[in-house]
Design a protein around this ligand. Sequence first.
Ligand code: CAA
Length: 257
Amino acid sequence: MEFENIILTKEAPIATIQLNRPDVLNALNRKLLTELAACVEELDSDESVNCIVLTGNEKAFAAGADIKEMAEADTIDMLSRDSFSVWDRIRGTRKPIIAAVSGFALGGGCELAMMCDIIVASETAKFGQPEINIGVMPGAGGTQRLTRAVGKYKAMEIVLTGEMIGADDAMRAGLVNRVVPVELYLEEAKKLAGVIASKPPVAVKLAKESVLKSHELSLKDGLEFERKNFYMLFSSEDQKEGMKAFVEKRKPKWKGK
Ligand code: CAA
């Protein structure tokens, strides 16, 4: 597949997608998002890839949705563009996605990072939902995912003031998994992707699905969902291999089946 606004690098079992509109701080226009959705869907069904890293560049992960593209739009334009259906396609990825964030992760950029499963940040990363400064509010999950990540009070402050928070604050608030020096953020994300990619892929997918369900279901329904995925893994060859290898005191060889 050919892309203009993203760069795909495969180093099986990891794939890295780099957002590539550096002149506009990787502002997320419709073309970029459509390419990104097509790319993650392709990787989701690529058996050589077990984990995806999503990154920008040192200056910006992404500075939000492309403001110039929507400045003149009215409600009907926005409705008929249906811009958020591509976000739903990205959200539907079953393989884990690690965001490697440096510089600005603002508005839709912050929301895109939060749509990923793990966030590795450089010390220079800045997160924020500045939509309030341009007369709107977050529209790609900011009020929901940020609140679940950092709690009501911190989320309210970030969304209502539009102010950015730095990587260390984001780490303390529970928004990022780890903060590393800028020259290491991508390497660190890839290292973590390598660890996850070395695990049995079917169990990884079902575990990701189960963790995400905790945001949608009551505890009772979530526990039942988890239990069904747990039972389901007992029909995988990797469950037999993993437990046999433990008993035989050797390393398991995963088949992804
Ligand atoms: N959309 C379109 N273009 C953008 C952009 C965006 N979100 N963010 C930056 N750019 C462009 C600038 O227009 C500029 O282009 P030109 O050189 O052609 O003028 C270029 O990127 C560099 O930006 P700056 O000159 O502004 O760089 P800076 O270092 O001075 O400031 C910044 C950086 C603070 C991030 C500033 O660019 C900024 O505030 N950007 C907008 C952030 C924002 O409001 N994001 C939310 C968008 S709405 C949204 O995301 C809705 C949603 O929930 C889906």
